[in-house]
Design a protein around this ligand. Structure first.
Ligand code: NAD
Ligand code: UDP
Length: 323
């Protein structure tokens, strides 16, 4: 609906805007918010997200979707913003690196400007990548990170770092209510089967009987969080009556090597695929594990889903979608 001056308005007064709402995590946020009785406006340019991710929500009268690129201004009437728009997997964010930096910087400025005009809270989906290849282990929020400013991952890492700066400056300068979560590797249903992330790659390869692509020696570590646990933390942070600003690490601190992950996937799928070692990508972090004590203390949140259980649910999803 337009007011004649080019301004777009939503129909609802109590609407939560989810940018990147047609993506993997965004679609789960939209679903959870609808379950909790909110009106949801999903804004997405479908760069990596799909209509399929939100197909089951389209007939819900409390859900609305708008195709829009957040590097351009957006004028809507909402009561809170989850800012998730940004490609998240290395192959996607490196495909158009200038756009990746733009979505974190220009996109955040646009969404922060919107939040400021409306005086509403805004949550930023930041990332463990802001720690780069960390020299402190496990990573704690007070660690400032070890990022290569000119490498192929910098468009994402530095974009997200600048977004955090913008969020905290809008808070200091304009008293904007902000929330920043640093998301550690998250997996689950609706990951894109070809987005190159390790959990989806290994499952899809195992189900298709293709070689399992282990980069480097496979001894690098990651800590994998099931999407439902992440979404609980993000919604709890937004709904918290305390002024919990973060940055808060959100992830599951149980750490695995990529070889261990591959072995679990092979065992669970019953696949006969063999491991195939490929070169380690440039600047690939050697280890990653969140210290989540701050989130536990300030939100009373702790992840509930083990990798064992989360993999079962994710494998079931891919079995169904791959047919
Ligand atoms: P995703 O690629 O599935 O989702 C990103 C969504 O943003 C997609 O729907 C995409 O189309 C949309 N988008 C991209 N550019 C846009 C633009 N200019 N305007 C509007 N929409 C745009 O990725 P995801 O895994 O769901 O990640 C969501 C957010 O969480 C991202 O901000 C990502 O950086 C962050 N994050 C994710 C992980 C993870 O493990 N999945 C880890 C750390 C941080
Ligand atoms: N990885 C791998 N095989 C793949 C995809 C990724 O061994 O097919 C490795 C990758 O090198 C990294 C880890 O798995 O060490 C996690 O990669 P992902 O892209 O999922 O996330 P990120 O590197 O952003 O943490």
């Amino acid at each position: 609906m337009s007011d004649g001056n080019g301004f777009m308005w939503t129909r609802y007064a109590n609407t939560i805007l989810v940018t990147g709402g047609a993506g993997f995590i965004g679609s789960h946020i939209c679903e959870r918010l609808l379950d909790r009785g909110y009106e949801v406006l999903c804004v997405d340019n479908f760069y990596t997200g799909t209509r399929g991710n939100i197909g089951h929500l389209l007939s819900n009268p409390h859900f609305e979707v708008m195709r829009h690129d957040i590097t351009f201004p957006l004028y809507v009437q909402v009561s809170g913003i989850f800012n998730l728009a940004c490609p998240a997997s290395p192959i996607h964010y490196q495909r158009d690196p200038v756009q990746t930096t733009k979505v974190s910087v220009h996109g955040s400025i646009n969404m922060l400007g919107l939040a400021k005009r409306l005086s509403v809270p805004i949550l930023q989906a930041s990332t463990s990548e802001i720690y780069g290849d960390p020299l402190v282990h496990p990573q704690i929020e007070s660690y400032w990170g070890n990022v290569n400013t000119i490498g192929p991952r910098a468009c994402y890492d530095e974009g997200k770092r600048c977004a955090e700066t913008l969020f905290f400056d809008y808070h200091r300068q304009h008293k904007l209510p902000i929330k920043v979560v640093r998301i550690f590797n998250t997996y689950g249903p609706r990951m894109h089967p070809h987005d190159g992330r390790v959990v989806s790659n290994f499952i899809v390869q195992a189900l298709k009987g293709e070689p399992i692509s282990v980069f480097g020696d496979g001894l690098q570590t990651r800590s994998f969080c099931y999407v439902d646990d992440l979404v609980s933390a993000m919604v709890m942070m937004m709904e918290s009556e305390e002024d919990v600003r973060g940055p808060l690490n959100i992830g599951n601190p149980t750490e695995f090597t990529m070889i261990e992950l591959a072995e679990m996937v092979l065992k669970k799928t019953g696949s006969k695929s063999k491991l195939k070692h490929l070169p380690l990508p440039t600047d690939d972090p050697k280890q990653r594990k969140p210290d989540i004590s701050l989130a536990q203390k300030s939100l009373g949140w702790t992840p509930k889903t083990s990798l064992d259980e989360g993999l079962d649910r994710t494998i079931a999803y891919f079995r169904q979608t791959l047919g």
